[in-house]
Design a protein around this ligand. Structure first.
Ligand code: ZN
Length: 670
């Protein structure tokens, strides 16, 4: 078959506005028509499939929406932002529709194909979860709570964004910090002693260097304390939100807010997450305890060197500092040297080859293709394993420019789906990153961290390009939220595998020179430095998140709870006159009851990698199965089933611990 036409990117601001308007009009029209059906007229076809097709069709807004992140033209970015806000507000779910849908749910679901049945179930569930099946009084109450929650969220983030506290230090006090860093700090006169000092805010680019490098313990403590006591007003906002979420969950019939959130996740309920976290905690605590001993020994030695007495304490503001000392003294990984072996053109070619071989696909670069910027590359993606069919369109937009999205991410520009006549609409995926631009002397060189990001985001592209579902609603990365990172995380392992790393490498100036063994070994060894303690810190946040969202009690105080949990779980105490929850933004930015997801994805990505790819990361057989069982099915079945089918057994956290134990130098099985 010839390649289907690639999308075009010639849009004016008016075009963008028009596309969003079309999508709004069509959405309102379909919703009105569905709502006007009588119960007799209402079938899977007339309601569910109709709305499923509307979802498919509304994919037309994805490219205009994408302009918000990548266009160099502010007018286009503004038109896209405005259009997308209007679109979101255009289609409130209606109560009459909800009763139709619930009626449909009483019909025989077994007469539908599995993916159609899933579409019906998911749509019905969305209505239930939006409170549309409640009686009028309860629905009003539910709406009132959600309105107030939206206000609290906005206020919380406004206070966080406007936070501007700072501390002043002399140059001597900042000993240990790089001198060019100190030189660039703004200066201000300290009213207390009239001395001109360096000003440090609580923003990460100021805070982290102090916690990592400042030799003076009092300075680190002062900054840590200032950071843990910022935004005091947020405590009350958070606590009110917790109460309201609890009430809302009860109205809908859930035992807790966590149960409500997790119902549509792979984890399914709060109990599973609690067990997951406590199991992790009990297994990681012995590793963390040993690591802490190492850090304490470093502190003791440093105190001795300075002729000071060591009182045996190790506090929250010591952790990053001694972690950094350990990295420097024992692992000496030189990022700038490693970079020289990973030039962007070399890495891109190598990575695509790995994906081609493992997944059984083929990339064809088309140089003349239309894109949104001259830097952008376009590739056709074809099946090379069985059908030889076209799979989708892929774009790589890898260098920074003004007004462009400043992180790395994959953007879905179109989902794949089946058209009414049985033909397919093909997916379009774009990887956006900000790797340094090449110069006349040097190609763009990637740090190991960037290499990992590249693999990761390309992994999301593969998920979308290899997926083949009937409905756009279930395409590719449209899986349960706590599973979406696992497939990409798994693919990061290729960046920590000696043979693959060497295969990808090649010195940019000294042709044919591969990265030396010794450098690779040090790098791989450094992957797990303090992994136990870091894991426990994550665990403390995740556990706190679940505890505050499951506690069946109104108006409890969050700060004593956090302080206690931090001391116990992270093994490293802090001060109790602080209120960290006030700046735990995840809880108020849509990640409530979701923090565990970071660890969840890690555990299952380890399970997949170690059971299928560890012996041979280039295994064609495992790669094909991965594509067939995980990538191809997208969200059309539960993630738990995807995993079980791929692994051939129940998922487990064993591989994760084995890796952690080996990586942290603990050989005994726990
Ligand atoms: Zn990701």
């Amino acid at each position: 078959m010839p390649a289907p036409a690639a999308p075009t990117f010639h849009y004016t601001a008016e075009d963008i506005t028009r596309v969003f308007e079309q999508a709004c009009t069509e959405t309102v029209k379909v919703n009105d028509e569905v709502a006007a059906l009588t119960l007799d007229e209402c079938t899977f076809e007339s309601v569910i499939a109709r709305k499923g097709r509307l979802d498919n069709w509304c994919g037309i807004i994805s490219i205009p929406e994408f302009f918000r992140h990548v266009s160099t033209d502010k007018a286009l970015r503004d038109a896209a932002t405005e259009g997308s806000l209007r679109y979101e507000a255009s289609a409130p779910l209606s109560k009459s529709e909800s009763s139709l849908l619930s009626k449909r749910c009483t019909t025989d679901i077994n007469s539908l194909s599995p993916e159609n049945a899933r579409l019906l179930e998911k749509m019905h569930l969305a209505y239930v979860r939006n409170g549309l099946l409640l009686d009028d009084e309860k629905q009003e109450e539910y709406k009132r709570i959600n309105k107030r929650l939206a206000v609290l969220k906005t206020e919380f983030s406004k206070i966080s964004n406007e936070e501007s506290s700072y501390r002043l230090f002399t140059r001597e006090e900042l000993e240990g910090l790089p001198s060019d860093f100190i030189d660039h700090l703004p200066k201000q006169t300290d009213e207390k002693d009239g001395q001109e000092k360096h000003k440090l805010t609580m923003k990460y680019p100021d805070l982290l260097p102090v916690l990592k490098f400042a030799k003076n313990e009092h300075v680190r403590k002062e900054m840590w304390f200032a950071n843990e006591t910022k935004c005091p007003e947020n405590v009350a906002l958070l606590e009110e939100a917790l109460s309201l979420r609890r009430q809302a969950a009860k109205i809908l019939g859930y035992a807790s807010h966590s149960d409500y959130v997790l119902e549509v996740r792979m984890a399914k309920n709060a109990k599973t997450v609690e067990d997951f976290l406590s199991d992790l905690r009990s297994k990681v605590t012995p590793i963390g305890t040993k690591e802490l001993e190492r850090l304490k020994a470093l502190k003791c030695a440093e105190k001795e060197e300075q002729g000071q007495e060591f009182d045996g304490t190790f506090m929250a503001w010591d952790k990053m500092y001694y972690h950094q000392r350990l990295l420097e003294s024992e692992y000496s990984v030189d990022e700038n040297k490693i970079k020289e072996y990973f030039s962007l053109p070399q890495v891109t070619a190598g990575m695509l080859k790995i994906y081609e071989q493992v997944l059984g696909i083929r990339f064809v670069e088309v140089e003349s293709a239309d894109t949104w910027h001259p830097d952008v590359k376009y590739l056709e993606v074809w099946d090379a394993a069985e059908s030889k069919d076209f799979l989708g369109h892929m774009y790589l937009d890898l260098h920074p420019r003004d007004g462009k999205f400043s992180h790395a991410a994959q953007f879905t520009l179109a989902d794949g789906f089946e058209n009414e006549d049985g033909s397919r609409s093909y997916p379009v995926a774009a990887m956006v990153a900000n790797f340094t631009k090449p110069t006349n002397e040097k190609p763009s060189l990637l740090t190991h961290r960037e290499l990992e990001t590249y693999f990761h985001e390309l992994g999301h592209c593969m998920h979308n390009l290899c997926s083949k579902t009937k409905w756009a609603r279930f395409h590719g990365t449209s899986v349960e939220w706590d599973f979406v990172e696992a497939p990409s995380k798994m693919l990061e392992n290729w960046c920590w595998s000696r043979a693959e790393l060497q295969g990808l490498s090649g010195h940019y100036a000294r042709k044919g020179e591969k990265i030396p063994d010794e450098m690779v070994d040090k790098l791989i060894k450094s992957k797990f430095v303090m992994a136990g303690l870091d894991n426990l810190t994550q665990n403390a946040y995740a556990t706190f998140d679940i505890v505050v969202h499951t506690r069946d009690e109104d108006n409890f105080e969050t700060t004593p709870l956090w302080n206690k949990m931090r001391d116990e779980i992270t093994l490293i105490p802090g001060l109790h006159n602080t209120w960290r929850p006030a700046s735990f933004g995840h809880l108020m930015a849509g990640y409530d009851s979701s923090y565990y997801g970071y660890m969840w994805a890690k555990v299952f990505s380890s399970d997949m990698f170690h059971s299928k790819f560890e012996k041979d990361p280039m295994s064609v057989e495992a790669g094909r199965e991965y594509r067939k069982y995980i990538l191809e099915r997208g969200g059309s079945v539960d993630a738990e089933v995807l995993l079980r089918d791929f692994l051939g057994r129940e998922p487990s956290n064993e591989a994760y611990f084995t890796e952690l134990l080996a990586g942290t130098g603990n050989n005994a099985k726990l």
